[in-house]
Design a protein. Structure first.
Length: 458
């Protein structure tokens, strides 16, 4: 009995699984097919868009350059002697007003020489007076001698006067005439001497004037090379300074960017007709100075292919405000903006049209790629000239999968529109806020195609 039970147990261990397998195959055809998973009804991807409309734009380009004074001046000694007076204060960095006495050089010897010349001129005039008196007497003597000569000639003709008496009269007349001539020549010599003295006097007066050195215009002292009590010679450098009435900035601008700006400025526009301003970035705000385009440099940089444009800022010292706007000083590196008159244009984020392609949301709510052309790019903005029109809804962030025809849900990004409007006018858009285009995913930039991660910038 025990052996039979073992045999039946072994048969059951094989037969039962086999029967279950046959039953499963038999009933498999009768079982209903399980419903396939229903495709997930995912909502359309959210994308941020801006509805395009003409925007006021101040086209501008930026370059960088260093500040230099318009005028530089050096004080050179034109008289020699000891420095007896120096303006106070007078040191490097000090600003002195126009016509300020900077140095006085000892002119005592020059004044003594001038007094000597003046005395000689006075003596010459006294000589003239005495000579003129003598000349008057000599002319009377000559007149008498000539009358006596005529009388002797008449008497000699009549046979009354001898030839010897006639010769004596002629000799006396000649002597009187010679004396008159000598006195007249003396007057002429005196006049010539006075002319020489006048020249000497002018030279001395000029030298005395050189003994005082004054500021020709308002100056900022950059170097002081002489001091009180120092003996200086002609040609010696005393002081170096620069004018404070204006400064020039020679900024470099790529040639390829100046042309588009001029085209936006209108027909016949020139570089010197553009507006200009100078900016200096600060910790909490940008410092700005009004400027004007003075000229265009003549040399093109062979390496960078950029052209120098010189702008001028008038009265940088007067425009300075303590704690807010420092004075423009030599060698400061500043940003120079050239801008054209304000005009309306289709202004979009440059990232949104990178590569000449843009994404727009169609009327059906699907993504539609567009080929676009830009005519001007300034910073983060671009001016679209072809491919987009007012009313188009431009995508300013990429969806997770940019498939043409994909359904999306557009969300108008009013903050980004406001930033674009402010930046187009050259105003500060302010700090970026969530949803204003600063991507929160791995993508970077202002959400115009730079960020590629799901939900970037939303």
């Amino acid at each position: 009995m025990a052996g039979q039970r073992g045999i039946f147990a072994r048969i059951g261990m094989v037969a039962v699984p086999a029967a279950l397998g046959v039953a499963a195959v038999f009933y498999a055809g009768r079982l209903k097919t399980l419903p396939e998973p229903v495709a997930a009804n995912r909502p359309p991807a959210l994308v941020r868009v801006i509805t395009l409309a003409p925007t006021d734009l101040v086209p501008r380009i930026s370059g960088y350059g260093t500040v230099a004074p318009v005028r530089e001046w050096r004080a050179i000694a034109r008289a020699e002697g000891e420095i007896t007076a120096v303006a106070q204060p007078l040191a490097a960095g000090d600003i002195v007003a126009a016509d300020t006495l900077l140095f006085r050089i000892d002119d005592t010897d020059l004044k003594l020489d001038l007094a000597n010349v003046e005395a000689q001129v006075s003596a010459s005039r006294v000589k003239d007076q005495t000579v003129e008196i003598s000349l008057g007497l000599a002319r009377k003597d000559l007149e008498l001698a000539q009358q006596d000569l005529k009388r002797q000639e008449r008497l000699n003709t009549q046979g009354v006067a001898t030839q010897a008496e006639l010769e004596t009269s002629r000799r006396q007349a000649l002597v009187a005439e010679t004396k008159v001539t000598d006195l007249e020549n003396q007057l002429k010599l005196n006049a010539a001497e006075r002319e020489v003295l006048a020249t000497q006097r002018g030279s001395l007066e000029r030298a005395i004037a050189f003994a005082e050195i004054r500021a020709p215009y308002a100056l900022r002292v950059t170097a002081l090379d002489a001091d009180l009590g120092q003996y200086v010679s002609r040609g010696q450098l005393l002081l170096e300074a620069e004018g404070v009435e204006a400064v020039d900035i020679s900024a470099q601008f790529p040639i390829g960017r100046i042309g588009p700006l001029l085209r936006l400025a209108g027909e016949g526009a020139t570089v010197t007709g553009l507006g200009a301003r100078v900016k200096l970035p600060a910790a909490d705000h940008a410092v700005v100075w009004k400027a004007r385009v003075e000229r265009v440099g003549d040399a093109i940089d062979a390496t960078t292919q950029s052209a120098p444009v010189v702008v001028r800022v008038d009265d940088p010292q007067g425009q300075s405000v303590a704690g807010e706007r420092p004075p423009l000083r030599r060698n400061m590196v500043v940003e120079v903006e050239l801008f054209a008159p304000k005009r309306a244009a289709l202004v979009v984020p440059a990232e949104a049209v990178a590569g000449g392609t843009a994404l727009v949301v169609s009327e059906a709510g699907t993504l539609e790629p567009r080929k676009v052309e830009t005519g001007f790019v300034s910073g983060d903005l671009a001016v679209v000239t072809k491919g987009l029109a007012a009313g188009d809804r431009l995508v300013v962030t990429d969806p997770s999968i940019a498939v043409p025809g994909m359904a999306v849900k557009p969300v108008e990004d009013e903050t980004r529109k406001a930033e674009i409007a402010a930046e187009a006018l050259g105003q500060s858009p302010g700090a970026a806020k969530p949803g204003s285009g600063m991507g929160s995913g791995a993508g970077s930039g202002k959400g115009g195609g730079a960020g590629k991660t799901p939900g970037a910038g939303q």
